[in-house]
Design a protein around this ligand. Structure first.
Ligand code: SAM
Length: 222
């Protein structure tokens, strides 16, 4: 049975992109619901939850204890993935944070003494700055393999699944703004999302030439 009743629609979409793996690192775990879900559903054997603040880390710890997952979990008060032993059979989830903060966390992890290994996967859900996040991922060798859209209380959320292989690549302007796999696969909520993005793009087009360019051929996304 899929016991995801504790997860909001946004977190359900995040969870749906986590592959079965040895360890899930839940970065910015806060309430700890995602980690508990992964352990309950045996998505992974172990969860390492991190939070930069003591209070949310305590919240996660408390939830793990309540759910009897103390032995299968570790909770660290740390910045991003600092102190987490990274491995190729690990998935790091970084959800519910600003895109620039996510880029900072990934960039730091690429420069650790034992940096992000090839094959390690990432589920990323930025609250904003999608263009910058995809730009960072493509320039730093994180291959975007899937993207989904979630709708929660009238807000659209985009979730990206990427695997680090160290090979940089180029994304076009439309791929950076709208998502290469969103454009290719047209996932659930695609039409609504594109209509929403068109409105935003019209506002941004007043000051940004690249947005004005995209709008000229908008009908191809419909
Ligand atoms: C809005 S909550 C999101 C919680 C959960 N990941 C989710 O998606 O529902 C953001 C959490 O990230 C934590 N956080 C922010 N920056 C962080 C960083 N650099 N490293 C670890 N945790 C961070 C915050 O303390 C907060 O608990």
């Amino acid at each position: 049975m899929d016991r995801n009743e504790d997860l909001s629609p946004r977190l359900q979409t995040v969870a749906s992109l986590i592959p079965c793996c040895e360890t899930v690192a839940d970065v910015g775990s806060d309430h700890g619901k995602l980690g508990v879900f992964c352990l309950r559903e045996n998505v992974c054997k172990k969860v390492i939850a991190t939070d930069i603040h003591e209070l949310p880390a305590m919240r996660t710890k408390k939830r793990m204890i309540e759910e009897n997952f103390e032995k299968r979990s570790e909770v660290l008060v740390t910045d991003g993935l600092k102190g987490v032993p990274l491995s190729s059979d690990m998935t790091a989830v970084i959800a519910g944070m600003g895109g620039l903060e996510i880029c900072k966390i990934l960039s730091a992890a690429l420069h650790f003494e034992k940096p992000v290994p090839k094959g390690m996967s990432f589920v990323i859900q930025p609250q904003r700055s999608f263009y910058e996040v995809r730009d960072f991922l493509s320039k730093n060798g994180f291959s975007i393999q899937d993207e989904k859209i979630s709708l929660e209380r009238g807000h659209f959320y985009v979730v990206i699944f990427a695997v680090y292989n160290g090979v940089a690549y180029d994304l076009s302007g439309e791929e950076l703004f709208l998502g290469p796999l969103i454009l290719k696969n047209r996932p659930q909520y695609y039409e609504e999302y594109i209509a929403h993005e068109e409105k935003l793009m019209k506002k941004r087009a007043l000051g940004e030439e690249k947005c004005a360019e995209l709008l000229k051929n908008w009908e191809k996304y419909l």
